[in-house]
Design a protein around this ligand. Sequence first.
Ligand SMILES: Cc1cc2nc3c(=O)[nH]c(=O)nc-3n(C[C@H](O)[C@H](O)[C@H](O)COP(=O)(O)O)c2cc1C
Length: 177
Amino acid sequence: MAKVGVFFGTDTGNTRRIAKDITTVLGSAIAAKPVNIRNAGVTELLAYDTLILGTPTYGEGQLPGLSTGNATESWEEFLPKLAGQDFSGKKVAIYGLGNQKSYPTEFADAMIYLYEQFIQCGATMIGAWDTEGYNFKGSKAVIDNRFVGLALDQENQKDLTPARLESWLKMLAKAWT
Ligand SMILES: Cc1cc2nc3c(=O)[nH]c(=O)nc-3n(C[C@H](O)[C@H](O)[C@H](O)COP(=O)(O)O)c2cc1C
């Protein structure tokens, strides 16, 4: 079984495409085939020692899901299932898609909700990312001047994504080996 589980939420496909890029960069021996979180159960996440979790931000700084107008259930509906689950000893990295130009005060906010929930479940969070190179005013996903995970903006900084992804994955590999 692959070492790293990759799960994502998405409405228009950007976060899924990044999940596929992640498995391509890491290779199938390391990363499992990405799974849409609406098709996953908690047991599937618990099967891995390391997780990479992707989420876009919808509504006004919210998790994707039915209440933000997404076509299907997503992280909004999945996160409550994690209450009381034990992820201690597991490493969890988050990446978040957002639009810093249209939502400059809520950029990639949704990452914080995954982050807080997995901390509550005892996970070790890895993959905090520098805010340098982005142009936004505020984000709930920033703690001590760093994003809690990798922020990506396919609307305004698509050209920067491959390099960001590659250096983030290199950083993660150091944290899980
Ligand atoms: C209705 C709507 C609301 C959005 N709200 C936010 C937001 O609050 N913060 C943000 O950073 N991006 C926001 N975005 C941008 C999306 O997160 C971005 O387009 C993302 O790439 C979508 O990912 P997906 O294709 O995986 O669904 C919003 C987009 C839409 C259409």
